[in-house]
Design a protein around this ligand. Structure first.
Ligand code: MG
Length: 439
């Protein structure tokens, strides 16, 4: 086609249809001004013993709101008060589009920053703002973070047994359910199991502590033998994980990691408490057992040096405890540059909003490693439409705009958080002499 006939053809083309033109105009005009009109706290037990705290941010656009998780099972009421008395009065009237600016200013608003409760508050606000942004754009949040880098989010399952046969049977059940990654815990007493003296047994001070008593050396000697047995039965294909839950200190954590090396773990988790993270350098010098760290971290200076010095392999902070999606996407980006992966903490008392927030970061990040599974009862799926679906080891989000999850407030109100006995404290493990063992 020569230049003259090309120009003729262009001039002869029909004008954009009026409806399409209006749609194009709407999409390119920019967004109308928006303000935060109101916000409220929604709490619920989810029909179980959960202590979930959500923040709902309501905008000046009718029907446009966002929800975020401020989940803290152990200081629930402190989080509620921090949201209602301190965040919400500050937040009303602000521009919800300025997520990064609101994150920064909300963060410095408390003067003393970081710490679990402040982080919960910040996370809830941040997730709700991303939810609003996604709904405004008509896109799931992961699209705003760069789009999918994978088709679904792989999750690891939880297996446990009081003896090695039970542990093996539990693992095989997870594998039969389609999980490729399975965390295997062992023995009586929950986390630290395999290292406990039964109540009243062992050599104890007279008249002292009589409960389950944790012993580091016993744990270090027991657990590797369990994994030797399990590997001999299931072969090399299943990806095995184990959570030490900070029960070891210093050189015992080094020795434990070294003894676990032959069983080719996908990772061992929190082999050290946050107070002793400098020991990860020593672990790296003696073995290649992959380390996942950070469930109870609340300050970036806890994980940043571990990532940039490549002393760990997975960061596993909880989004609702570390500043929400804004904090997690930065964490994932830093990890990407240093070849470290993410394994955001889920499971247990976590909630479906936090799970969806993790999902959006996971599915859009090349630093994604694995996600912890969390399966909710049918009543929660009904109460929170859009709750992610877990099928054969993969998590699938709802793909609706925003976070893609909502909360039925009437239903949530039917399940109030019950009386929190003993202040809701996390359990305290002790040694034979009655001293506290770090959880
Ligand atoms: Mg853990």
């Amino acid at each position: 086609m020569d230049r003259r006939s090309f120009a003729k053809a262009v001039l002869a083309a029909p004008a954009m249809a009026p409806a399409a033109a209006a749609q194009y105009d709407r999409r390119t005009r920019g967004l109308a001004p928006l303000t935060i009109k109101d916000a409220k706290v929604i709490t619920t037990s989810g029909g179980r013993s959960y202590r979930w705290v959500f923040l709902k941010i309501i905008t000046s656009e009718p029907g446009l709101y966002g929800i975020g998780s401020a989940n803290n099972h152990y200081q629930t009421h402190a989080v509620v008060a921090a949201l209602e008395k301190h965040l919400i009065p500050w937040l009303i009237g602000k521009d919800p589009d300025r997520i990064e600016d609101l994150w920064q200013s909300a963060h410095f608003r408390t003067y003393w920053r970081y710490g679990p409760v402040n982080n919960n508050v910040l996370s809830a606000m941040d997730m709700a703002l991303w939810d609003i942004k996604g709904k405004r754009a008509g896109m799931p949040v992961y699209e705003l973070l760069g789009g999918k880098t994978r088709d679904a989010v792989a999750c690891y399952d939880h297996a446990a047994g009081r003896d090695r046969e039970q542990a093996l049977a539990s693992l095989q059940k997870s594998l039969a359910n389609g999980f490729r990654h399975v965390r295997v815990q062992y023995g009586e007493g929950g986390y630290g199991g395999g290292g406990f003296f039964p109540p009243g047994s062992g050599n104890r001070p007279e008249g002292g502590y009589t409960g389950l008593a944790f012993d580091e050396e016993q744990y270090v000697s027991t657990i590797p033998k369990v994994f030797e047995y399990i590997r001999s039965k299931v072969g090399s294909e299943p990806k095995l994980l184990h959570d030490v839950h900070s029960h070891l200190s210093g050189i015992n954590a080094v020795e434990f990691s070294r003894r676990m090396e032959p069983y080719q773990m996908f990772f061992i988790e929190d082999v050290l408490p946050p107070e002793q993270i400098a020991w990860y350098r020593q672990i790296r010098q003696v073995c290649s057992t992959p380390q996942a760290v950070g469930e109870v971290f609340s300050h970036p200076y806890e994980w940043v040096p571990l990532v940039v010095e490549r002393q760990i392999d997975f960061v596993r902070c909880r989004l609702a405890a570390s500043g929400g999606i804004t904090a997690a996407k930065k964490m994932a980006t830093l990890c990407e540059f240093f070849g470290v992966r993410t394994a955001f903490q889920e499971g247990g008392e976590n909630d479906p909003v936090n799970q969806m927030a993790s999902y959006h970061v996971d599915i859009s990040s090349t630093a994604f490693g694995i996600q912890e599974e969390n399966q909710f009862p049918p009543v929660v799926h009904e109460m929170m439409p859009g709750t992610a679906q877990l099928r054969r080891g993969y998590l699938y989000g709802s793909d609706r705009p925003g976070l893609g999850i909502d909360i039925n407030e009437e239903m949530a109100a039917k399940y109030p958080i019950g009386e929190i006995r003993g202040g809701g404290a996390y359990r305290t493990d002790r040694a034979l002499d009655g001293s506290v063992v770090k959880p």
